[in-house]
Design a protein around this ligand. Structure first.
Ligand SMILES: [Zn+2]
Length: 201
């Protein structure tokens, strides 16, 4: 098992447009995909883009565990999947604000406008062309991960920076949780755990 080192905000590898993956079926690609999956499983997280592990090629590994599905969401859990050379197309102009964190930006979270429905065309590790059409959290996650392949991190997508906060002081998030919003359970826990909330809400 190999746990890969995560590149943190400011590292040049996170700022470049990544190169296409030449051969999705190569043993090097399979090894990278396996190591990214193992890294995600150990550190916890739903998605990882190859540049986040210092490998600037167009590849993403993601999964959607039951624990991250909000009540009322139409999504089903999704097993670990590798996207080689993904091309993401929004299927709606409509956007929604989504709470996000990033393994490359530890300690912070923010609320990011994301398209509500998307299509991703990609190759799998056998070199087969595949398509995913999805919505809700899975659509937001794939937009976040595919952005990494073009050197874009979530704060660069934010339109209201007052939603950027430390995980230790999640004021606006805590207010939403207190108001009963149906959000990603991870963020609900973060909002509920804020020790200051009785002073400020
Ligand atoms: Zn990220």
């Amino acid at each position: 098992m190999a746990i890969l080192k995560i590149a943190k905000l400011g590292h040049p590898v996170l700022q470049k447009k990544c190169a296409p993956l030449d051969d999705p079926t190569s043993t090097d690609t399979a090894k990278l995909a396996k190591n990214m999956k193992e890294t995600l499983a150990v550190i916890g997280g739903m998605g990882l883009a190859a540049p986040q592990v210092h490998n600037p090629v167009r590849m993403v590994v993601f999964h959607l565990p039951t624990s991250r599905i909000a009540p009322g969401s139409p999504l089903e859990p999704w097993d670990y999947t590798t996207l080689c050379n993904p091309v993401l197309t929004p299927l709606t102009q409509e956007k929604i604000m989504n709470w996000e964190k990033c393994l490359s930006i530890p300690g912070l979270h923010g609320k990011v406008p994301r398209h509500t429905r998307i299509r991703v065309e990609y190759q799998d590790l056998a070199g087969e062309s595949k398509v995913i059409e999805t919505s809700h959290l899975l659509a937001y996650l794939l937009q976040h991960e595919c952005d990494h392949l073009d050197g874009v991190v979530y704060p660069m997508r934010m339109t209201d920076m007052t939603y950027l906060a430390f995980n230790s002081d999640p004021g606006r998030l805590s207010r939403e949780v207190a108001a009963g919003a149906d959000i990603d359970p991870l963020f609900k826990q973060l909002g509920e755990a804020w020790p200051e909330k009785d002073n400020w809400l």
